[in-house]
Design a protein around this ligand. Structure first.
Ligand SMILES: Cc1cc2nc3c(=O)[nH]c(=O)nc-3n(C[C@H](O)[C@H](O)[C@H](O)COP(=O)(O)O)c2cc1C
Length: 214
């Protein structure tokens, strides 16, 4: 018989989902993250749903500080360009934000999409579905990490080609996510970008519609 979860277990999952946070460099601490723990996170990632069960993900575990530094350099350049897309107070607010933890996190993880060379069931009319499957894997990993009280921060302000170069990635692999992973001193109760007034939380009424967008 399939396993039935208790209300308590269900509540635990709800808590993990609610209390998951994006963790940036100012919150990682020095506690080492073992290879076994990283394997636990990767196993959670590899249990994600994927279109046609294609499992189109590839993971590169990074502990090498030279690689981290090369990636962090691409962040600095990309972040300066990112900042220019905002004006006035918003740019000042942007510039005050810490938006990565590449050097502070003991482990970085680059997550790639490796497209299949043959047709994939379910991906024949919406080609992005392969990449979305990789995002599902990242979310699994993120929640598993939170359950182990490990912080994860997703850094997307990067030059993906430079990251690929730093990792000797094959041309066919597409960078989907670059994650910073480590134990933390604290998890914020709410998204930092909400706390700092960058974005408000959308209400259910703004995003949920019934029987069409009416
Ligand atoms: C696809 C994706 C890319 C993201 N990229 C960045 C990033 O480059 N820098 C950053 O500080 N946070 C990044 N984040 C984290 C979001 O800012 C964060 O998830 C959001 O503010 C909500 O906060 P929470 O994750 O703590 O609930 C990213 C999140 C996602 C899902």
């Amino acid at each position: 018989m399939s396993r039935i979860f208790s209300d308590n277990e269900s509540q635990t999952l709800a808590d993990i989902i609610r209390l998951r946070r994006d963790v940036r460099g100012n919150r990682f601490n020095d506690k080492p993250v073992s290879d076994t723990t990283i394997d636990t996170l990767l196993n959670a990632a590899m249990l994600a749903p994927s279109v046609g069960y294609s499992q189109p993900w590839q993971f590169v575990v990074i502990r090498d500080s030279n690689i981290k530094q090369a990636v962090q350099q691409t962040f600095v350049t990309a972040n300066a360009l990112g900042s220019q897309q905002f004006t006035g107070d918003k740019r000042a607010q942007y510039d005050a934000l810490k938006l990565e933890g590449i050097l502070e996190a003991p482990v970085n993880l680059a997550v790639f999409y490796q497209p299949s060379e043959t047709a994939v069931l379910g991906q024949t009319s919406m080609p992005e579905m392969g990449k979305f499957s990789v995002v599902c894997a990242i979310q699994n990993l993120w929640l598993m990490a939170r359950s182990l009280n490990i912080g994860v921060g997703w850094v997307s302000i990067l030059d993906p080609l430079k990251v690929k170069q730093a990792l000797n990635a094959p041309e066919s692999a597409e960078l989907i996510g670059y994650l910073c992973i480590g134990y933390v001193d604290e998890f914020l109760a709410e998204p930092e970008l909400k706390q700092k007034g960058w974005q408000k939380t959308k209400s259910p009424a703004e995003v949920i519609f019934k029987d069409g967008f009416n």
